[in-house]
Design a protein around this ligand. Structure first.
Ligand SMILES: NC(=O)c1ccc[n+]([C@@H]2O[C@H](COP(=O)([O-])OP(=O)(O)OC[C@H]3O[C@@H](n4cnc5c(N)ncnc54)[C@H](OP(=O)(O)O)[C@@H]3O)[C@@H](O)[C@H]2O)c1
Length: 291
């Protein structure tokens, strides 16, 4: 673990022995960094992921890095497939978790990528996948804390209407990403209204594996830019680690404290008011969609 990360964790978070956490998409990026912190603090962490071998390697390397026996489990699923999400969650232990981090997501998949039901893949994984996860988890573990991951680039649909973006091949992949992250914010707002113990954070901008499907030259340039101008994944993950480890009031929203919220250690922020109309629009869309 980076020595600044270690210092922050030791100064700010209590030990987590006896606690149990689950993180979706913990095989890479900020989900992996959050898992590392929680394991370091003595918690048990379930990595809910789609790639078993890659995750086993991650866990082995965390064990070597932090030098403790780590209490890690793996649960396999594919967030692009609602049935796979529900089957995975149904197979998890009854006892439940102290916190569940709904982190898995994609940025810009290869052109023309569609998920089930002909939805653009980014909307399928980041929006529908996150909503299906929350619905299935909440039914099973109503008392857990839920942490939703937003983004600074989230944006509203036209006329607060989500229907035109689904079941269609639009190839507006950047727009799909920002829309999918607005939907994550809507999922948070609706869950909060419904009484769930829900929290939200966005990581700013960090170099992770998120641009892995870019063409090689763009990937190289993009990673160079992210390395130079944004913060590292361990720092980007401190918001979600903090929401897992500390007792915050439900509805707490954490963002990086630096200029334009691009980088920095986490700070609290008021939930943006603009989300209400979109949250209602998403609830209405989702009620029709799931039936
Ligand atoms: N990095 C940033 O600057 C940034 C900024 C704002 C928000 N975020 C959000 O942070 C979250 C994590 O992203 P990251 O930056 O850490 O990227 P990352 O390194 O690419 O990690 C994404 C994780 O999601 C998993 N995933 C992707 N598609 C999946 C699927 N169909 N089923 C199950 N798991 C799937 C990936 O699994 P594999 O390892 O198998 O690919 C990986 O574990 C995302 O929600 C992203 O939108 C990131």
């Amino acid at each position: 673990m980076h020595k600044k990360c270690l210092r922050y964790v030791e100064n700010n978070f209590p030990r987590q022995e006896g606690k149990r956490f689950l993180i979706t998409g913990a095989s890479s990026g900020i989900g992996l960094e959050c898992a590392k912190v929680l394991l370091y603090l003595g918690a048990e962490v379930t990595f809910m992921v789609r790639n078993k071998k890659k995750t086993e390697e991650c866990i082995a390397s965390i064990g070597e890095e932090i030098g403790n026996p780590v209490h890690a489990r793996i649960a396999l699923y594919d967030q692009a497939k609602p049935d796979s999400i529900r089957a995975c969650i149904a197979s998890l232990p009854k006892e439940g978790y102290d916190a569940i981090v709904l982190n898995a997501g994609i940025y810009i998949p290869p052109k023309g990528s569609l998920g089930e039901d002909g939805n653009p893949l980014t909307l399928q994984v980041n929006a529908i996948g996150t909503q299906v996860c929350l619905d299935a988890f909440y039914k099973r573990y109503p008392n857990a804390k839920y942490v939703i991951i937003d983004s600074i680039v989230n944006s509203s649909p036209r006329r607060h209407n989500y229907a035109p973006y689904f079941h269609t091949r639009r190839d507006k992949r950047m727009k799909d990403y920002s829309l999918s992250k607005r939907i994550c914010m809507n999922i948070f707002a609706n869950a909060l209204e419904d009484g769930a113990n829900v929290f939200m954070t966005h990581p700013g901008v960090a170099r992770t594996n998120i641009i892995h499907s870019f063409a090689p030259l763009f990937k190289k340039l993009g990673n160079g830019f992210l390395y130079l101008f944004t913060h590292p994944a361990w720092k980007a993950a401190l918001g979600m680690s903090s929401l897992c480890c500390l007792d915050n009031p439900r509805g707490t929203y954490l963002v990086p404290r630096g200029p334009f919220e691009i980088s920095g250690y986490p700070r609290k922020k008021k939930i943006p008011m603009r989300v209400k109309k979109d949250a209602n629009a998403w609830r209405q869309f989702w009620e029709e969609e799931k039936n």
